[in-house]
Design a protein around this ligand. Structure first.
Ligand code: LR7
Ligand code: MN
Length: 475
């Protein structure tokens, strides 16, 4: 009897050990291929990518199979793309700072690898998620990249979640780039009567949005499988959250879709936990977001003062928004189970009416002057040339800060960014470091607030941006 019991205990112990090993093995299993990942996917809204074709699982929230015709309504895609083509002998990089020939060759849609951790596929989301207005502002975007952005949204989102896609044509040379696209169901086109820049354009889009949740996208993105649900879920649970996906890289040369690293601030452990929970606790929090791709509750966006509409063209608004969200009672997150690809460029393909450097200095000075309190000295020591440059009146934004009763920048540094060390007497060219993120000065080149390179960087290096350098996203 005793032996039988001993045997039973031994068997149970072995089973338990095997079970533990199996669980650990599952947890560390490398990313599965798109097709095997989709087989393990039991969720609603799930989509699976088969090379060259998109299948959408039917469920109560997914409109029956989306076919080319239904998806695009009366829109003539071929004519749209053929309307603008690279001329023989023309430099394919000249107009857009990416390889237009490759983008055009790809066409308006393609299968991309599901770059999420395989565990993401088994997360489930509420079946009554609120819908969102997608806001895409652009200035002279290539037709093929713009159309691919729109189609990827329509193909890879549960249709009921997409209330509308609002395009803001920021005074592009050809009004038809935008107008023709409004023949696609759900797509609306607003054209600026003069060049405004992305900040005022986004505000215009947000003001005309009819959904309660706003989703901002750049005009050269491709959203990945189930990109939207994790973000809307997080915002639905707490409307003060502002959430971003992990941003994958679309090569500007050959348009290959490349997975970005997904390491979160807390390292491996935090990453694994959040794959299982969609960030149940504070695992996904980040001090700053890249700024182009995020989801935010509309009333929270309005309550917090939208954007600083005295910022022009490009740059600085992502820092301003990040500081403001944290200091005025919200939070920022990057969700590892949401992935969106973006074409990172090395230069701006468009002009800045006031000049690139002056515009960037104006915008970032406004952010520093309104939000950084005594810490703005680090901005100025990194960018001495910013001193004395015009940045307009910030009275309205200071009033907003007071009205919202926002916390001091010191609070942000100590609570949101405690890993960040400010150089006391150190040379200005030092790096202020924390877990995965850095506030760094680069000689005379600028003050950067971004993921550190090499320390479990959250996003590819091309997403590391320096505050006043005035360069492109990656420079
Ligand atoms: O005058 C303009 N009007 C516009 O509508 C200038 C630009 N734009 C549009 C443009 O067509 C594009 O859709 O604004 C968008 C952003 O401009 P990009 O793509 O030329 O610049 P970017 O990729 O470097 O943009 C990043 O930095 C910007 C700083 O102001 C914004 O925050 C962008 O949203 C941001 N993009 C992202 O965060 C995507 C991820 C990559 C990174 C980093
Ligand atoms: Mn961009």
């Amino acid at each position: 009897m005793r032996r039988i019991r001993a045997n039973a205990i031994a068997i149970l112990t072995v089973a338990w050990i095997l079970g533990t090993f199996y669980y650990l093995w599952q947890d560390n299993k490398p990313q599965s291929s798109p097709s095997s990942a989709s087989q393990t996917r039991g969720r609603s809204h799930a989509q699976k990518l088969v090379p060259g074709r998109l299948e959408i699982h039917r469920d109560d929230r997914t409109i029956p199979l989306i076919q080319q015709g239904q998806l695009l309504g009366g829109f003539d895609e071929k004519a749209y793309l053929a309307g603008k083509q690279l001329k023989p002998g023309e430099d394919p990089y000249r107009e857009h700072a990416f390889n237009l020939q490759e983008s055009d060759r790809l066409g308006s849609e393609r299968a991309i690898r599901d770059t999420r951790h395989y565990r993401c596929a088994s997360l489930s989301y509420d079946t009554d998620l609120p819908s969102t207005s997608i806001i895409i502002t652009f200035h002279n975007e290539a037709r093929s990249t713009l159309l691919r952005t729109i189609k990827s949204v329509l193909m890879r989102s549960p249709p009921p979640l997409i209330q509308e896609i609002i395009l803001i044509d920021d005074f592009s040379s050809d009004p038809e780039d935008c107008q023709l696209l409004s023949q696609i169901p759900k797509v609306r086109c607003l054209r600026n009567g003069r060049r405004e820049g992305l900040i005022r354009s986004r505000v215009r889009g947000a003001n005309s949005a009819s959904a309660s949740i706003l989703t901002f996208l750049d005009s050269h993105c491709e959203v990945n499988t189930d990109w939207l649900q994790p973000m809307i879920q997080r915002v639905k649970e707490d409307h003060t959250r502002v959430v971003s996906p992990i941003i994958d890289v679309i090569s500007l040369d050959n348009f290959a879709y490349l997975a970005a690293s997904a390491d979160l601030r807390g390292g491996e452990d935090a990453t694994h936990k959040s794959y299982r929970t969609n960030c149940l606790s504070s695992l996904c929090r980040t001090p700053v977001i890249a700024g182009g791709i995020f989801v935010m509750d509309k009333s929270w966006f309005n309550h917090l003062g939208q954007y600083d509409t005295h910022m022009d063209i490009w740059g600085g608004e992502n820092f301003e928004l990040s500081f403001r969200v944290w200091m005025c009672g919200g939070s920022l997150e990057i969700l590892p189970c949401s992935r969106v690809g973006h074409v990172f460029r090395k230069r701006h393909p468009y002009d800045f009416p006031e000049g690139n450097a002056l515009t960037y200095i104006k915008n970032t000075r406004r952010a520093a002057e309104v939000w950084m309190d005594e810490y703005k000295q680090y901005y100025y020591s990194a960018r001495p040339s910013a001193q004395g440059k015009a940045f307009g009146s910030i009275a309205d934004r200071l009033t907003l800060r007071r009205k919202l009763n926002c916390k001091p920048f010191r609070w942000y540094m100590e609570n949101v960014y405690p890993e960040l060390r400010v150089p006391e007497q150190e040379a200005v060219s030092s790096v202020l470091k924390q877990g995965g993120l850095c506030l760094e000065t680069r000689g005379t080149d600028g003050l950067g607030l971004a993921e550190c390179r090499g320390i479990g960087a959250n996003r590819p290096q091309s997403q590391v941006r320096s505050l006043p350098s005035g360069g492109d996203c990656g420079s």
